[in-house]
Ligand binder design. Sequence first.
Ligand code: BDP
Length: 698
Amino acid sequence: MLVNHQSWALRSLLGLALVVALLSDAQVRAEDGYDLWLRHEPVGGAAGSELNGITVAGPDSFADAGAEAMVSVALAELRSGLAELAGGESPPAAPLSIRLSCTDADIARGGAFALDGDSTGLTLRAGEASGCLYGAFALLRLLDTGERLTKIHHAEAPAMPLRLLNHWDNPDGTVERGYAGSSIFDWWHLPDHLDRRMIDYARANASVGINGVVVNNVNASAMMLEPRYIARLARLADAWRPYGIRVYLTARFSAPRDIGGLDTADPIDPAVARWWQNKADEIYAAIPDFGGFLVKANSEGQPGPGDYGRTHAEGANMLASAIGARGTVFWRAFVYAAEDETDRASQAYREFAPLDGAFADNVIVQVKNGPIDFQPREPFHPLFGAMRHTRVALEAQITKEYLGFATHVAYLAPLWKEVLDAETGHGGTVASSIAPAGMAGVANIGTARNWSGSHFDQANWYAFGRLAWNPQLSSEEIAREWLMQTFSRDPAFVSDVSAMMLNSRELVVDYMTPLGLAHLMATGHHYGPGPWVCDLARPEWNPCYYHRADKDGIGFDRTASGTDALADYAPSVAAQWAEPETTDPRLLLWFHHVPWDWALPDGKRLWPTLVEHYDTGVAGVAEMQAMWAAQAGKVDPRRHGDVTDFLAIQAKEARWWRDASIAYWQSLNGLPLPAGSAPPEHDLADYRARDFPEAPSD
Ligand code: BDP
C-alpha cells in the first residue's frame, strides 16, 4: 500500500511538474510571430535589475486631449515594456525613474526627441507629444538591443515628414499583391466593432515612426468615399490618433461620375470641383486630421484627367484645392499609357518632368523607386532630383510581388538603400530629394497570424519604417536590431542571420534577374519565370519586351542608339551608364544590348557569367538553409520550423528559376553550359507548360 501510495504521489508530482512546465512554457511566449519586434525579452543581470521597480512619470498638464492620449500611450508602452525587460531581477534599493517632458522648447516639433540617462534613471524630452511617443519606442529598442538605461544619450529627429503605408486592400477583403491572407480592415463590422488588431497594428507602425496609412487599393473603388465608409474610417482614425497615425484614402478619379451622379469627372468642370470640395468637407467633418488622398490616374486602365484632355497637374490641383491646407494629395507617377510606344521606363519622366512647378503646394508626386516596376533590381527613377519645384515622395513595395511573395527570404533594406543613397546628379541623393516629402511603402500586411505571411517579411515592414525615419541607417544596423528584438540577442545568432539577410536580396536577383535583366516573371501572378512570354496584347506586358534576347545577344538598349531613356538622367549619372564597357555589370542589360560573348570588365564573357549568377543564387539559398538549420535551439521551434519550410520551397524555386531561364536562353543562343554547371532538370517545354491558377493575389 505504502509503495503504491508513494508512486501515486510521485506520479502526481511529476504530472504537476509537467503541467507547470507546459504552462510556463506556453506563458513564457506563444511564439507565432504575432508580437513582431515588440517582444521585449528580459535583459537579465544588472541591466535588468535597474529596470525593476522603475517609475515612469509623465507631464502634469497637456496642450490638449490629443496630446494627453498620445502621451498615455507612450507611458503605457514604457511601463509594460520595461516590466517585460526587467524580468524577475531583484530591484535596486532606490528604484530609478524615467521622466517625460513633452513640450520642451529646445526640441523640434514633428517627432524629435532626446533621451538622457543618469544615475537616477533617464529623461525623455520632446517638442510635442509625438516625440514622446517615438522616444518611448526608441528607448525600448535601445534597451532591447543591449544599452544600459543610465548610460543612454541619444537624440533623433525624423528625416522626412510623411512616412506612410499604402494598403492595396479592397473593400471586399481581398488584397492586391497581398501574400499574408486577407485585408486586416474589417469594414463589415466597423464602425461598431474595432478589432484589437487595429491597435496592435498601430503600435507596430508607431514603433518605427510610420505616421500615415492609406487604407485602400490604388486601383480604387469609389465606394470607399461613400458616407458609410467615411464613418468606418473615422473609427479607425480615432483609434490610431494616439499612435500618431493619420488616415488617408485612395480617391478614384471618376468618383463624381461613379457615385456622385454627375456625368463627368473633368477636373476643370466647376460641378466636379464642387463635388470634391463637398466630399472633402464631409470627410473632414468626420475626421478633422484626415491625411488626404492618394491617386492612381491614367495608368493601367484607371480613370484620370487625361480622359478629358487635362494634365496630371490639373487633376491633382483640383483635388488639392478641395482639401486645402488640411491635407495632402499624393499623385502617383506610375503611369504608362496603353497606346504610347515610348519605352515604358521613360513614360513617367516624359509626362511629369515638364509639369515641374505646375503642382499645387499640397501635392506630392509619388514615384516608384525604379522607372519600371518594383523589380528585384532597377536603377533609381530619373524623376528623383529632377523636379526642383515639386515635392516628390518615394514609393517602395514592401509586399514582394516580384521577389518570391512571402515565401522567399529577401530582406529589402539593401534594395531601398541602393536607391536612397544614389546620387541623382541634380545635387544630392535620392534620400535628400525626398526629404521635404516622404516615403510610402506598399504594405505586406494581412490577417496572417504573423502579419506578413512569413517571419522574415516582418523585417521588411520594420526596415521600411526605420529607413523612412532615417535613411542614413545601414541595412545591417536595421537587420541586427530587428533580429535582436524579434528573435534573440545571442551575438552569434545575430551575426550569422544578419549576414544571411543582407545577402538574401542579391541572391534573388541572381536566380531571377541577374545583370540588369527585369520583368521576366510569368504573366499575372508574377511569381515564377516566364522569359519566353511574348504574345500579350501590349508589347510592354511581355517579358520579351524587356530582355530583347535573340540568337546574337540580350539586353535593352536604352542609350541614344536605342530608346534613349538614359537621357532622362542628369548628364553625370547618364555618363556612368552610357557605354556597356563602363556600366556597372549589375545594370548592364538594363541599359545595353550586347552579344552573348560580350567581355565584362573582369574579362569573363557574358553567357558564362549569366549562368554563374544563376548558380550563385541557387548555391546561396542552400547556404541559407544550412545556416538556418544551425540556429535550431536558438530560435523557438515553431518559428524555426516555419522558416525552414519556406527556405526549402525557396531552394526548389531558385532552381526552377535558374533552370527555366537557362533552358530558355539556350533555346535562343544554342550555347553550351560552362564546364561544371548542371544542365536544367527539365526541358523548356516543361517549364513553359507550368501554370499556377491558385497563385495568390493574381
Ligand atoms: C504593378 C502591380 C499592380 C499595381 C501596379 C501599381 O502588378 O497590381 O496595381 O503595379 O502600382 O506592379 O499601380
